[in-house]
Write a protein that binds this ligand. Sequence first.
Ligand code: AP5
Length: 224
Amino acid sequence: MAVDVRTMHLILLGAPGAGKGTQASYLREQWGLVHISTGDILRAEVREGTALGLEAKGYMESGALVPDDLIIRMMEERLGKLGAETGYVLDGFPRTVAQAEALQAMLERIGHTLNAVVNIDVADPELIRRLTGRRVCPNCNAVYHIDTMKPKVDGICDVCGSALIQRKDDQIEAITNRLAVYKSQTQPLIDFYQTRGLLVVIDGTIGVAQVGEKIRTALCGEVN
Ligand code: AP5
């Protein structure tokens, strides 16, 4: 039976800067999928000074992963609120094999089926170029780049008019650490999902709209 794209449950995998957040926004706009970004949730917790935010801050600023138990609890709470008919795209979760196993158990418990895992593939030099030039909106989480995705007015978010900022973990030292952490802890998920027949690999080095189009074609070709 064909699956309605609006009810799909997707994971976006990829290194820091591969374009997960950018493509998740595209899928939200195109298909109305709920965008669940662990990075955005954690940054909001840090801004609000919650207990979770205070615990997560140091890990995030240095480019390390926040401990699995905190992330798994946070995501159990978030996913548990969604009905099986709500389509969503997970951006930044899971990031370790332990998180992927916990997600599998969570989905079984709440009766959701994972439709696909999209791995956005980009090499390190381009990732570094993207991350060092990225600017973000601290209010609505819109993402820009100083060379390739400029806002209409310099330094101001097109969507909500807030002043754009550079993330603390977009400094080169934290970026180097994030890329190393990605290789050791998150890259193993490519095999994890490949063996489960869920992996789709997309070249992330082409333009934003073209990457989105490739994701759409890959998913609709398989499930629609
Ligand atoms: P998180 O916010 O998830 O960071 P990340 O995975 O490092 O990913 P990024 O947000 O940096 O990159 P992205 O792939 O979304 O790229 P984007 O679309 O912005 O996590 C931050 C921290 O939180 C972690 O380091 C960790 O501490 C903690 N954390 C989060 N989740 C966790 C978890 N599950 N477990 C433990 N800890 C966790 O694009 C990047 C730039 O490239 C932008 O400027 C964009 O304009 C540009 N761009 C995008 N696509 C293209 C394209 N096709 N062509 C040209 N430019 C492009």
